[in-house]
Ligand binder design. Structure first.
Ligand code: PLP
Length: 363
């Protein structure tokens, strides 16, 4: 059976070997007689799964020892609130102000949430009409007294990506929901990284937070336990029942990445996939990607057809060709191909071939 290629922005494709392994282990994980979803999170079996996943993730990303890795719930959207609830007081002088870069729909949501807790200074905005580029370092108007600087390295909806990590004198906070594990990063450049798993890591329901030790432990007054990073860190992400099955599946994804050769190898494949697709779009007068070349995303490729009246035909034909979920986000329109780690290169080739054929017959 050959599976279709699913270009969904999230929940997104998982690597087929991971799904097969989960299938093999579904009824009896390693002789336990149980499915992982049936195990106590405090059992020796699940603890070994959890520890292996954390150590593999640390290895893949080269996470330094003074960072905690948390396996939480609530999605990236909960982090929009948890970040200000925990990090405002952590900075010298208890600053009630944070810098945010406004580069797209997810930045805007993060900013709106942070405004409930503090003054937000928008240190750069790309919102003049549409979001089609990331600001350069020189364009960032940073405040020396901000508690932290928050940005979104990849705007999943607009397909806008930073090609650099901003320099800042305050802790850098990054919403990496759609880029974490797509390439190597230098974790030590960041104070805190968070990501919902369902784009590039595993199934929905798991949220990964990587945070430097010294930034946690000073939550604002009245912070509920479930929103306090320190409580999760002190309890190895088992203060309450964690999303055990999602944690297990993410662990299988980490093992798949290790087997592939790690994040440098993954990055090469991802860059090749993105380059191919953008080259096909740029070579055609029929398809357009609106994003400035230097800010184009490796992970989410929005594109429009010359005639929007053909959108439904395009999507219908794509579906018949085994190319699913190409419809663009409702706020942007057109198409969007999300091509995370689990999208095989053959899926890109199939999409490019379909696009060429559609252009030939409809252009
Ligand atoms: C998907 C996404 C979110 C929202 O994630 P949830 O898990 O649904 O809360 C936030 N930021 C970015 C960059 C995303 O891609």
């Amino acid at each position: 059976m050959s599976r279709p290629y699913n270009f969904s922005a999230g929940p997104a494709m998982l690597p087929e070997p991971v799904l097969r392994r989960a299938q093999e282990e579904m009824l009896d994980w390693h002789g336990s007689g149980m499915c992982v979803a049936e195990m106590s999170h405090r059992s020796k079996q699940f603890m070994s799964i959890a520890e292996q996943a954390e150590s593999d993730l640390r290895m893949l990303l080269g996470v330094p020892d003074d960072y905690r890795v948390l396996f939480l719930q609530g999605g990236a959207s909960s982090q929009f609130a948890m970040v200000p609830m925990n990090l405002l007081a952590a900075s010298k002088g208890s600053s009630a102000m944070a810098d945010y870069l406004n580069t797209g729909s997810w930045s805007k949501k993060a900013i709106a949430e942070a405004r409930k807790f503090c003054d937000v200074k928008v240190a750069a905005t790309a919102e003049d009409g549409r979001f089609i580029r990331a600001p350069t370092q020189a364009e960032l108007n940073l405040s020396a007294n901000a508690a932290y600087l928050h940005y979104t390295p990849n705007e999943t909806i607009e397909g806008v990506e930073f090609s650099y990590v901003p320099e800042a004198t305050v802790p850098l906070v990054a919403d990496m929901s759609s880029t974490l594990l797509s390439r190597p990063i230098d974790v030590s450049r960041f104070g805190l990284i968070y990501a919902g798993a369902q784009k590039n890591i595993g199934p929905a329901g798991l949220t990964i937070v990587i945070v430097r030790d010294d930034l946690i432990g000073q939550p604002r007054n009245g912070t509920p336990a479930m929103f306090d990073y320190k409580i999760h860190a002190d309890n190895d992400s088992m203060y309450n029942t964690p999303p055990t099955y999602a944690w297990y599946l993410a662990g299988l994804v980490f093992q798949w990445l290790k087997d592939l050769g790690g994040l440098a190898v993954m990055a090469e494949i991802n860059q090749r996939k993105a380059d191919k697709l953008y080259a096909a779009i740029d070579a055609s007068d029929f398809y357009t990607n609106p994003v400035e070349v230097a800010s184009r995303s490796w992970m989410n490729v929005p594109f429009t057809l010359a005639d929007a009246a053909l959108d439904e035909d395009f999507l219908g034909g794509a579906k018949s060709a085994g190319l699913l979920t190409l419809k663009g986000h409702r706020s942007v329109g057109g198409m969007r191909a999300s091509i995370y780690n689990a999208m095989p290169e053959a899926g890109i080739d199939a999409l490019i071939a379909y696009m060429a054929e559609f252009e030939r017959t409809h252009g």
